[in-house]
Ligand binder design. Structure first.
Ligand code: SAM
Length: 359
């Protein structure tokens, strides 16, 4: 691994827990938009370069319950949290499957006439299982509801405590259909450099959110992700462009850092997808709320992209930057509407489909 890459990996190792807490909920609408763009795909696996803690998985797994879903990330700590997320989903799915089986058994008993004869209130209630002891913490009126998988559901399986935590994955409930019809062992998280994928992946979809802008050669990366698709497969990439907003916490950070970045690569992304059917190339904006300018700055420093700068330039530089930032920032809660670029493309089924129209 080059020095640059190992420093980047270390910065995301340090950021990972805080990233999950602070940024994952705030970035959720863009993750949703990326996953929505690959709903219709041929048979095959889904690959997620730069998956971080793998928030994409929660949306992909219910949609593609019987597929291999592979996340790739450079950072060992991100991979650890992504594996916890996968394990939580798997536990939720297994629990849902067993509850479903219990409900079916109960239905069988009812259908066989037992209920009419007597287990009544003490046995199988109107909703099949609930009255019989799975009780308040377990099932809703229909017997197997997703939100039956509450905080204690995940924690009881020993998955919650390690980091993504009861508040994160547990309490929200992932939906009973988390992974695979068998409770699924179809998810993998691989630690590695996702900047170039082997075309042999032959993926049905490649989805990547907020990773592209960190790679050394984004046009080459997006091309390799596209090349890793099978015919008919879909790619969706979302990244933060140079101008994510005119004013706001992101713009102010750029201003105080005053690091002129070469973003000429942004113009090279669509040309790099030569031969693809470009389905969308648009800016997506959603509201984002920060409790204060200091809260955002500290999250970016400890749990976000500023971590790599902090490692490279040291604490004194960050302290000075923070003072400049706060001197220029508004007081109180800060709401903004940053825009990220979403590119989605489909690999044509044949050369003829790929050829541009002649007239
Ligand atoms: C901002 S996070 C995004 C994570 C996730 N996709 C999301 O939307 O929350 C960017 C991730 O890209 C990863 N990353 C950066 N460069 C990478 C590379 N060359 N190969 C694989 N992962 C990389 C980082 O480790 C980090 O976890």
């Amino acid at each position: 691994m080059t020095d640059r890459l190992s420093r980047l990996a270390r910065s995301w190792d340090e950021a990972a827990e805080g990233y999950e807490q602070y940024f994952v909920p705030r970035f959720a609408p863009w993750v949703q938009a990326a996953v929505d763009a690959v709903h219709t795909i041929p048979f095959g696996m889904v690959v997620v370069p730069c998956c971080g803690t793998f928030p994409e998985l929660e949306l992909l797994a219910p949609w593609f319950p019987d597929r291999r879903i592979v996340g790739i990330d450079l950072s060992a700590e991100m991979v650890r949290l992504a594996n916890l997320r996968a394990a939580s989903l798997r536990a939720a799915s297994l629990r849902a499957a067993s509850l479903r089986a219990a409900s079916l058994r109960a239905d069988g008993v009812r259908a066989g006439g037992v209920r009419a004869d007597g287990p009544g209130a003490g046995g199988l209630g109107a909703d099949g299982v609930r009255a019989d002891g799975l009780g308040a913490g377990g099932l809703g009126a229909d017997g197997v509801r997703a939100d039956g998988l509450g905080a204690d559901g995940i924690a009881a399986d020993g998955v919650g405590a390690g980091g993504l935590g009861a508040g994160g994955l547990g309490a929200g409930g992932h939906g009973a259909d988390g992974l695979g019809s068998d409770g699924g062992s179809l998810v993998e998280v691989v630690q590695g450099d996702a900047a170039a994928l082997d075309p042999a992946w032959g993926a049905a979809a490649v989805v990547s959110v907020f990773g592209l802008q960190q790679l050394p050669d984004p046009p080459a990366a997006i091309r390799s992700w596209y090349d890793a698709l099978r015919p008919g497969g879909r790619l969706c990439v979302v990244y933060w462009p140079e101008f994510a907003e005119e004013t706001g916490p992101f713009a102010l950070l750029d201003e105080v850092i005053d690091g002129r970045r070469d973003r000429s690569w942004e113009d090279a992304l669509i040309p790099a997808l030569d031969g693809a059917v470009i389905e969308r190339d648009e800016l997506r904006s959603y509201p984002m709320v920060h409790p204060s300018a200091a809260a955002y700055f500290d999250a970016a420093d400890r749990s976000g992209p500023l971590r790599a700068t902090a490692l490279a330039r040291g604490d004194e530089y960050i302290a000075e930057l923070r003072a400049n930032y706060l001197a220029k920032a508004p007081a109180g809660e800060w709401v903004h509407h940053p825009q990220a670029r979403l590119i989605s493309a489909r690999k044509p089924l044949s050369r003829a489909e790929a050829a541009p129209p002649t007239s």
